[in-house]
Design a protein around this ligand. Structure first.
Ligand SMILES: *[C@@H]1O[C@H](CO)[C@@H](O)[C@H](O)[C@H]1NC(C)=O
Ligand SMILES: *[C@@H]1O[C@H](CO)[C@@H](O)[C@H](O)[C@H]1NC(C)=O
Ligand SMILES: *[C@@H]1O[C@H](CO)[C@@H](O)[C@H](O)[C@H]1NC(C)=O
Ligand SMILES: *[C@@H]1O[C@H](CO)[C@@H](O)[C@H](O)[C@H]1NC(C)=O
Ligand SMILES: *[C@@H]1O[C@H](CO)[C@@H](O)[C@H](O)[C@H]1NC(C)=O
Length: 615
């Protein structure tokens, strides 16, 4: 018996019973060829995975801090002669992962046929083993690999020869509601797809806008599901899609406008900004509404859709065409509630400023209670989903929720945000938003490798800080946000007065002793010596200053455009997580039985040239 086989785990199941299929609430295909399929489900303590991979060799799944192999927690399994083996390992670097002294995975069932290996295995979310990574409710960088052969009994798992990769997954997101469709007759489909758009080659970022007229409806219908349909091969080109709804003015020729300048299309349709309906971004999921909620179409809310497609063309290629878009499922059978979307966040303006060289810099945006008081009914609205959004520098987002001077649990948060993987997160439980509430969105950015200031803007190198809240019953509120009050912002740079020359350009007019007197305010910000102290001081400054609030709906709210110093609140103190300490003391007595295992770890030879994750 080789040392490896000491760790063989004989699962309780024999052959895989496929009847249990519906226990899995989540699934993902991890590779482009569809050969590595993952399904999973979880409860408060445990997670269970099923891998189905087109190989008869070993299969590896790992949890990485950043998508690389170093410091990844890896589980490797294979089936040989009808017996399955599963190993809990840890990769210290790009070398063969080392077997953990504690084996925390449990193998449940497996099956290997002529082409595929399927394994089901589970683990606690938090194992308290220093060589396991906790599985948390953040975007997890999952790494995967497989090999044509089972591991060599003497040398362990061999180099995977390139069958490997990394995917971001929100492992612990509550499952999406499954739409209840009574009869297929009730469901109608409308495709808002671009039509063979020739993607401009003069810019790496294009926002292509196209307008669509929803088929003429006699009365209100409810949208129950929306999904992005990306033209095969264009997965990297189509970076994100935002869908807006507008009211049509009756001029048919305008209802089919299409072009690279969204402002032109929107102005022509008098749809600025329009009512936000859906955001989809790389890696995103479908939007399914809860079974008693539908997004209204066909009534006063407008029958024109504007599809705003963001193309990412970094190599300025001239041979790219696209016909991607959003497929909309809607029904005349009305559900109990009209649903809506509120955009929470920082106004997309250069008043959102992020210094270069920051390990972490927080931007704050506020949804004031003066706005919510005016716009919300007395018993509030119920939020059922959230879509958090920043651009490339975003690392974390937290939508903090305050009521009566106290902080409640954040409506939505992600402390390991990944720009390339953005999803609608369904809330569990749903969250009540009341007129007395205040929201504060905190977006954390990393600009270590940037030399220039980063500003709020539409390009991927500019930044955004947004949370789109899906809720019911629908009210007249599209946007509840803020921008830093420009005079207060400028005071950090010793500027007392300035004048706008054009939409964004700002010329310093006071004091005349200022180095950048009569020059652009942005030049002054760029020239600022951004030491770590100054970065912290600037963040602190933006925490104390006044903000100009946005409170936008069809109605003219008084709270709109008012300046306010956002209130300070007693922060939420989450109880310390001492589950592992408790376990450590109860385990102390078991030490003797572990000793044999520990010594065997070092018998596993290290094979060179391991690299599980792609770079
Ligand atoms: C082998 O298993 C895979 C995955 O379950 C399945 O798709 C495939 O049809 C099976 N092949 C045969 C020959 O049974
Ligand atoms: C419709 O819009 C087009 C394009 O702007 C314009 O030329 C035309 O006059 C408009 N028609 C009506 C009836 O307003
Ligand atoms: C940084 O700013 C300088 C001066 O404004 C500009 O020339 C340069 O292209 C900018 N660099 C980047 C990466 O945007
Ligand atoms: C700032 O400058 C504007 C003109 O650009 C002027 O109207 C205003 O009074 C000035 N404010 C102060 C505080 O000097
Ligand atoms: C400000 O700059 C403009 C253009 O560079 C120049 O014409 C003007 O004289 C300057 N004003 C002052 C007060 O220096």
């Amino acid at each position: 018996m080789s040392p490896l086989q000491v760790f063989v785990i004989f699962g309780v199941g024999l052959a895989l019973s496929l009847e249990e299929e519906n226990v899995f609430t989540h699934s993902a295909v991890l590779d482009a060829q569809g050969k590595f399929n993952l399904r999973w489900f979880f409860d408060k303590e445990k997670i269970t995975f099923e891998t189905t991979v087109e190989t008869r060799g070993y299969v590896a799944l790992g949890f990485s801090p950043n998508g690389g192999m170093a410091n990844s927690d890896i589980v490797i399994g294979w089936v040989e002669d009808g017996r399955a083996e599963l190993e809990d390992r840890f990769a210290h670097g790009e070398s063969q992962p080392v077997l953990d002294s504690r084996q925390d995975w449990t193998l449940h069932e497996w099956q290997e046929n002529g082409t595929h290996t399927t394994m089901r295995f589970g683990r606690k979310l938090q194992t308290c083993d220093a060589f396991d990574r906790d599985i948390k409710k953040v975007t997890t960088r999952v790494i995967w690999a497989y090999h044509a052969d089972d591991p060599d009994p003497h040398r362990g798992p061999l180099y995977h020869e390139g069958r490997r990769g990394t995917s971001s997954l929100n492992l612990l997101d509550p499952p999406a509601p499954t739409p209840e469709w009574d009869s297929p007759d009730d469901v109608m489909v409308f495709d808002a797809f671009t039509q063979n758009v020739h993607v401009p080659s003069d810019s790496d970022t294009t926002y292509w806008c196209s307008a669509y007229r929803i088929p003429r409806l006699e009365r209100k219908h409810h949208v129950m599901k929306m999904e992005a349909v990306i033209q095969p091969g264009n997965e990297r080109l189509v970076h994100h899609i935002v869908l807006f709804q507008c009211k049509h003015d009756g001029n048919e020729s305008l209802a089919h406008l299409s072009g690279p300048r969204c402002n032109v299309v929107r102005n022509a349709l008098d749809c600025r900004p329009g009512r936000f309906l859906l955001a989809w971004a790389t890696g995103g999921n479908d939007l399914s509404l809860p079974e008693d909620v539908g997004l209204p179409v066909g009534d006063d809310d407008g029958d024109v859709l504007i599809l705003d497609t963001h193309y990412d063309n970094p190599h300025l290629r001239d041979d790219l065409y696209d016909s991607s878009g959003i497929r909309i499922y809607y029904t005349p059978v009305l559900r109990t509630h009209d649903g809506g979307v509120i955009q929470i966040g920082a106004k997309v303006r250069p008043t959102m400023m992020i210094p270069p060289g920051a390990e972490r810099f927080n931007v704050y945006a506020h949804c004031s209670s003066s706005c919510l008081k005016e716009a919300l009914p007395e018993d509030g609205v119920t939020v059922f989903a959230s879509f958090l959004h920043t651009h490339l520098a975003g690392r974390s987002i937290r939508d903090r929720h305050f009521r009566n001077g106290k902080e409640l649990k954040p409506i939505s948060s992600n402390d390991a945000y990944d720009f390339n993987f953005q999803q609608t997160t369904y809330l569990k439980p749903y969250v009540k938003l009341l007129p007395d509430d205040t929201l504060r969105l905190e977006c954390g950015y990393e600009t270590k490798n940037r030399h220039n200031m980063t500003y709020g803007g539409l390009g991927t190198w500019d930044e955004m800080c947004m949370d789109f809240l899906l809720y019911y019953p629908k009210i007249d509120l599209d946007d509840c946000g803020s921008k830093a009050y420009d005079y207060d912002l400028a005071s950090f740079f010793g500027v007392q007065n300035f004048t706008y020359t054009g939409r964004y350009d700002v010329i310093i007019t006071k004091p005349d002793s200022h180095t950048f007197f009569n020059k652009s305010f942005f030049e002054a910000a760029q020239a600022h010596r951004w030491t770590q102290e100054e970065i912290l001081a600037f963040e602190d400054h933006t925490r104390r200053i006044k903000y100009r609030m946005t409170c936008d709906g069809k109605h003219d709210y008084q709270a709109d455009d008012q300046t306010e110093v956002p209130p300070t609140f007693q922060p939420l103190i989450e109880p310390p997580d001492d589950a592992c300490e408790a376990e450590a003391s109860s385990r102390a007595s078991l030490h003797t039985s572990q000793a044999t295992t520990v010594s065997l770890v070092f018998l596993v030879p290290t094979v060179m040239a391991w690299n599980l994750a792609s770079v």
